[in-house]
Design a protein around this ligand. Sequence first.
Ligand code: NAD
Ligand code: UFG
Length: 334
Amino acid sequence: MNILLTGGSGYIGSHVAVSLAEKGYGAVLLDNLTNSTADVVSKIEEITKQRLALVVADVRDTATVRAALRAHDVSAVIHLAGLKAVGDSIEKPIEYYANNVQGTISLLQAMQAESVKMLIFSGSATVYGLPQYLPLDEHHPTGATNPYGRSKLQVEEILRDLVRSDSNWRVASLRYFNPVGAHESMRIGEWPRSSPTNLLPIIMQVATGRLSELQVFGNDYETIDGTGVRDYIHVSDLAEGHVATLDYLHQNSGWHTFNLGTGKGYSVFEVLGAFERVSGRKIPYKVSQRRPGDVAACYANPAQALAKLNWQAQRDLVEMCSSAWGFAQSDCVK
Ligand code: NAD
Ligand code: UFG
């Protein structure tokens, strides 16, 4: 059974492709390569020992997406394509809505036309806005504080309307918490093409000497040590969550939301300490002002994913840091 992965050559998509192959699914990648490179295909092939197709196209090119669905006899789509930097989204909102919202509409038009009605969407914990309680379950009220978050919420609303209009659709939004780390082979991982803004990629830049120090955004939060707490999840666990969701959608129609997180939060200093132990490197840091828009703590209640998908994260913070570090030192990173 073939699954189309929009944004499939990106960080998360490449790991999902590996997990799909491990479970006997065929993956077809579709990506416009704005934030990834085509050489990821050979890396995935090296890991899975299977051939992989990459369609270089924009998800907004409805005709090409239709042709790809037909040509590869696709039965479900995992929609990861999109832009994801919160700061950029405030500066370039139209680009974000065009890629993330218009891109999804174009994809849905292609899927509808080809009668492919099973979809997993890359959602985000950002749709919970400012946490009113912790851990965050799927019933927590939603809200957004920036165009990126609003684009994710708008897509969820569009998907909900679609499912209401036609009961043949099977759609899940997976609300990712903080994906980090790399595949155990260290052939694929996260290495942003532009300056990173997320914690682990920045730590990697400091550890490899590309940046001189980490700025810790605030140490006066009401958390264990004053720094921000997040639910970091190993990208391979996250990827396996997609396969579990696919299995679930084969049994269940309608609209579904699932948190993909570990349920455990770590502070910036805890992540830093774990990375230093794993790598044997000292990471210089300076405490600076809080970053606007940041919350003190954000972590998941992942109980629904366990109950319904029979999925839970398996890998710990040490594995997250050691795989990220292994990838940062590999010849895959230039
Ligand atoms: P990524 O940038 O590595 O991957 C996204 C891929 O989509 C890239 O390869 C990019 O070239 C491609 N792309 C972008 N716009 C496209 C378009 N219009 N048409 C075709 N391809 C397009 O990012 P990622 O971390 O792998 O994220 C994947 C998805 O997960 C995104 O939708 C993102 O919003 C979501 N997400 C990511 C995180 C995170 O922290 N990484 C957290 C929550 C949600
Ligand atoms: N942090 C620093 N210094 C840095 C970068 C981050 O101290 O240079 C801190 C942040 O203040 C926060 C923690 O590290 O406390 C994690 O920050 P990230 O930027 O790595 O992640 P966020 O939780 O802010 O946001 C991420 C994604 C969003 C997504 C959200 C929830 O970037 O797109 O997780 O899934 F919406």
